[in-house]
Design a protein around this ligand. Structure first.
Ligand code: PSZ
Length: 284
């Protein structure tokens, strides 16, 4: 069954008790992170923990641990559960108290939970590419916060699934923002483009790695808005996330993108990303 983390304690999952009036459960009042584990090594841990603390700060939750302590707890959990290729999910809520929109007093402490699971790399899909559809971005205006409130994302992902698609790529008034659980990119005339890291998207850790790789390898890249029309006529489309890595989109709303196969820029970035994974593995 594996161990889970509740605040600073590792315990059996069956022993973990979360209050019915935990504000995460009542209001979605909390934040979370998903971090990848490759060969037992935590990938881009510092970047994920930075964002976790930033998300908590943005909604005024005071984290009871510092980043170093949290990293130590994560390592403990991974070791205890013997995670090989998998992920760690961690969330922090504003704590449990009688239901009331107003924040509880400082005597109520945030609740941290975390668990791990085995997840294989999606090698087949990375090779062939996947289908996507376009959907309306109906989310709030603080998508930069990795908040527990994922209802619009869940609805968009289900719509994609119902249409036989892997992902819904979202737009606001024609401007492409990101996927329901990924960042979105186009390649046009030899340039990679993705929405700037504003309040309208989550600044993905995978996105940050991709931008760094583009810069290091002289791949033209711009954090610039683009429109649905640019998406439809792109030479290549790909999405990125912690578990999907760099996922080619080869069909959009039933229309082939490029020649219907993952394009050369996407392939190049996948190769470079794989090297990053390999480097992280040998780091430990
Ligand atoms: O397991 C999964 O399906 C995961 S793990 C992380 C994600 C999906 N997605 C994170 C995410 C997101 O939810 C939104 C709305 N935009 C972008 C991303 C990509 O962020 P990173 O690269 O940090 O995972």
């Amino acid at each position: 069954m594996g161990k889970v983390l509740v605040n600073n304690q590792l315990m059996d999952r069956t022993e973990a008790i979360i209050d019915i009036e935990d504000r995460g459960y009542q209001f979605g009042d909390g934040v979370y992170e998903v971090i990848r584990v490759y060969d037992g090594a935590v990938f881009t841990a510092d970047e994920h923990l930075d964002r976790f603390f930033q998300s908590a700060n943005k909604i005024k939750i005071d984290v009871q641990f510092d980043q170093k302590q949290l990293l130590a707890l994560i390592h403990q959990l991974i070791e205890e559960n013997n995670v090989h290729d998998g992920s760690i999910y961690m969330q922090l809520t504003r704590g449990a108290s009688p239901r009331n929109h107003i924040f509880p007093g400082s005597e109520i402490k945030p609740v941290l939970t975390a668990y791990t699971k085995e997840v294989a790399r999606p090698e087949g899909n990375l090779e062939t590419g996947v289908k996507a559809m376009i959907a309306d971005d109906i989310r709030w205006l603080r998508c930069d916060i990795k908040s527990l409130n994922l209802l619009p994302n869940v609805l968009a992902k289900q719509e994609a699934t119902d249409h036989g698609c892997y992902e819904a790529i979202l737009h606001r008034d024609g401007t492409v923002t990101e996927g329901s659980s990924s960042n979105a990119y186009i390649v046009k005339d030899g340039k990679v483009m993705t929405h700037p890291a504003t309040n309208l998207i989550l600044n993905g850790i995978t996105r940050q790695v991709i931008l760094k790789l583009c810069q290091a390898h002289q791949i033209p890249v711009a954090e610039e808005e683009f429109q649905i029309e640019d998406l439809k006529t792109a030479d290549e489309i790909f999405i990125s996330s912690t578990t999907s890595e760099i996922m080619p989109i080869v069909e959009l709303d039933g229309q082939s993108i490029g020649d219907g196969k993952p394009g050369p820029f996407t392939r190049k970035l996948q190769t470079l990303f794989l090297k990053e994974i390999e480097a992280a593995k040998s780091d430990v």
